[in-house]
Design a binder for this molecule. Structure first.
Ligand SMILES: [Zn+2]
Length: 119
């Protein structure tokens, strides 16, 4: 079982957690926003599709005249199992782009001075 590490504080982040929550992971220790790089996710999807296709082909060949329901079901199961598994072992965490925080504006000294009503 591979374990992801937070790039900030080197805290361990469980692989199941990083696989379950797709793009929005928060480090449980330092709270840094992390995300799974998009490359491994594509790879895992492709592997899941390939596994589904293989299982579908195998079950079509083996089940003979059972009809087309079971092979499709098996293919979906294979995709649902293989894809997150591959993602668990290939995903790497990287820093998520920081949310821009608007700076508080404090220039009350210049504005609001000349627009008064007193003379
Ligand atoms: Zn951290």
């Amino acid at each position: 079982m591979s374990v992801r590490m937070c790039p900030h504080c080197k805290a361990e982040i469980s692989a199941s957690m990083s696989a379950a929550r797709s793009n929005d992971i928060e480090c449980p220790k330092c709270g840094a926003r992390l995300e799974v790089a998009s490359g491994p996710r594509t790879i895992s999807t492709l592997c899941g599709l390939a596994a589904g296709a293989i299982v579908w082909k195998l079950s079509v060949d083996s089940s003979g005249d059972l009809g087309g329901v079971l092979p499709t079901l098996y293919a979906f199961l294979a995709f649902g199992i293989v894809s997150p598994l591959v993602l668990m072992f290939t995903a790497k965490l990287r820093n998520a782009p920081a949310i821009p925080v608007p700076l508080p504006v404090h220039d009350s000294g210049s504005a609001g001075h000349g627009a008064g009503g007193h003379h």
